[in-house]
Design a protein around this ligand. Structure first.
Ligand SMILES: Nc1ncnc2c1ncn2[C@@H]1O[C@H](COP(=O)(O)OP(=O)(O)OP(=O)(O)O)[C@@H](O)[C@H]1O
Length: 236
C-alpha cells in the first residue's frame, strides 16, 4: 500500500501543530519519523488515521481515506499508540483478538481465520506464553508487545507505530526491528516514530524529520540522518 499525506494542517488552541505536511511512503517501505518532544509526531499519526480534525488529504493506494468507514480504515491501517490503558481485566489473547473486530460478521463468534491470526500475531511477537495472563498486570514492555501483536492481528497492510520500542528490553527491540523489516519485505508499509537516530540509520529505508509541526526533511537515512541534521533537529 502506498501511503500519501497531502497538505495536512492541524490547529490546536489557535496554534499550528501540523503545518502543511505532505509525504509519500511507498509499498513495502519501512519509514521512521523523528523529531523533538512536541514536534507533532503523534498528531501526524493520528491525523493519518482520521483521529484528528485536519485540513488536507490522506490517500492509501490513491483512495481517499476520508471516504472509508472506520471499519474499512481499520482493515487497512493498524495503529500502535504510545500509551494505552484498559478499564477491564482482559486477557492478552482477548486484547489481541480485539484486532479482529473490523473483520467480525454480525452475530458470529471468532472463526478459524480470526483464531489463526491471533495465534500467529502472538507467536510473531514471541508472547504466546502470555496468552492467558491479564493484560493490565503485565509490565510496560510486555503490554507494548501485546499492542503490536494486536496491530498485526488486525491484518491491515499499513502499520503506524508510535515509539513501539520505548519500553521493550534489548531482546524484544531486536525482535521488533527484525519483524518490521520482515513485514516490509512482504509488502507492508510502515511508519514508526522513534527517538533513536542511531538505530534508525541501521534499520529504516526512509526517514522523515519533523520539528514544530513541519516536515523538515524526507529521504534515505544516509541523506537525512546525518550528524549535522540530527544536531539541528534537536537544537533548542
Ligand atoms: N490534547 C491536546 N490538546 C492540546 N494540545 C495538545 C494535545 N495533545 C498534544 N498537544 C500539543 O500538540 C503538539 C504536538 O504534540 P504531539 O503529541 O503530536 O508531539 P510528539 O512529537 O508526538 O511529542 P513526543 O515526542 O513528546 O511524544 C504539542 O505542542 C502538544 O503540546
Amino acid at each position: 500500500m502506498t501511503l500519501e499525506a497531502r497538505h495536512l494542517t492541524c490547529r490546536r488552541d489557535h496554534r499550528l501543530v501540523l503545518d502543511d505536511v505532505s509525504f509519500t511512503i511507498g509499498d513495502g517501505v519501512l519509514a521512521c519519523l523523528l523529531g523533538p518532544n512536541g514536534a507533532g509526531k503523534t498528531t501526524l499519526l493520528r491525523a493519518v488515521l482520521g483521529l484528528e480534525k485536519v485540513a488536507g488529504k490522506v490517500l492509501l493506494n490513491g483512495a481517499d481515506l476520508s471516504t472509508l468507514s472506520p471499519r474499512e480504515t481499520a482493515r487497512r491501517i493498524a495503529y500502535v499508540p504510545q500509551t494505552h490503558s484498559v478499564a477491564f481485566a482482559y486477557s492478552v489473547e482477548e486484547m489481541v483478538a480485539m484486532g479482529r473486530l473490523s473483520h467480525a460478521r454480525f452475530g458470529l463468534l471468532a472463526d478459524k481465520e480470526d483464531q489463526d491470526a491471533v495465534a500467529n500475531a502472538l507467536r510473531l511477537m514471541n508472547i504466546a506464553h502470555l496468552a492467558g495472563r491479564a493484560y493490565a498486570q503485565l509490565s510496560g514492555g510486555e503490554q507494548q508487545a501485546v499492542l503490536i501483536a494486536r496491530a498485526l492481528a488486525q491484518g491491515g497492510r499499513t502499520l503506524l507505530l508510535d515509539e513501539p520500542a520505548s519500553a521493550l528490553d534489548f531482546g524484544q527491540q531486536k525482535r521488533l526491528w527484525t519483524r518490521l523489516r520482515e513485514l516490509a519485505g512482504t509488502g507492508y508499509t510502515i511508519l514508526c516514530t522513534t527517538h533513536d537516530p542511531i538505530r534508525a540509520r541501521q534499520i529504516f529505508d526512509e526517514a522523515l524529520l519533523m520539528r514544530s509541526g513541519r516536515l523538515m526533511e524526507c529521504g534515505s537515512p544516509a541523506d537525512v540522518l546525518t550528524d549535522e541534521k540530527i544536531e539541528a533537529l534537536y537544537a533548542s
